[in-house]
Design a protein around this ligand. Structure first.
Ligand SMILES: NC(=O)CC[C@H](N)C(=O)O
Length: 198
């Protein structure tokens, strides 16, 4: 079974663990930097990106997270997790992990409607996905290797670039595990590719 970590510094952790187990992978709650080594893939949950960044720095995890990405291990960022992955965050001088070739804007669906749910059509994944947006970011611009998997009101809300999957909304807050199943498939493929290397 592939081992998928959930970065457990802050945010929606338990829900992701449930989704990972529901689609047949091992879920590991990651609180220490050494735990990253044993993983095949990592989920960066939603929450508050500035708080998460502060905790990543406090626990000395930034370098190890960038290394995780550099060796091509898959990472799935939801909401604040997408902000952590992006190579540029609007109105912010430097990115966080900064490995996915997208520009994101935070809190981009209006102040009055803080949260909403809607059915989205997801390329390669399926129709009618119940997407829960909570003070969600969106992808303003995407590099040439980024595959757009879903848009809402002309804004990119789900995209993949190689081993990186980023999502504006919170798939873990519903019972629909199709996006997690898609991510676990990415992780399985990455493990097979690594094993096949001489
Ligand atoms: N639900 C979320 O993860 C919200 C993200 C939050 N607005 C941020 O900027 O980090």
């Amino acid at each position: 079974m592939v081992k998928i970590g959930v970065l457990a510094l802050q945010g929606a952790i338990r829900e992701h663990v449930g989704a990972i187990e529901a689609v047949g992978a091992d879920a590991i709650i990651v609180k220490r930097v050494e735990q990253l080594e044993e993983l095949d893939g990592l989920v960066l949950p939603g929450g508050e990106s500035t708080t998460m960044r502060r905790l990543i720095d406090r626990y000395g995890m930034m370098e190890a997270l960038r290394e995780f990405a550099a060796v091509g291990k898959p990472m799935f960022g939801t909401c604040a997790g997408l902000i952590l992955l992006a190579r540029e965050v609007i109105d912010q001088a430097t990115p966080h992990i900064g490995v996915m070739n997208v520009v994101v804007e935070r809190n981009s669906f209006g102040r009055q409607v803080d949260s909403f749910e809607m059915a989205l059509s997801l390329k390669n994944i399926g129709e009618n996905f119940p997407a829960v947006f909570i003070r969600a970011p969106h992808i303003v611009a995407a590099g040439p290797n980024v595959e757009v998997l879903a848009e809402h009101e002309g804004r990119i809300v789900l995209a993949r670039e190689g081993p990186f999957l980023g999502c504006s909304f919170h798939p873990e807050l519903t019972d629909d595990t199709r996006i997690m199943a898609y991510f676990v498939k990415m992780v399985r493929q990455s493990v097979l590719t690594t094993l096949a290397k001489p």
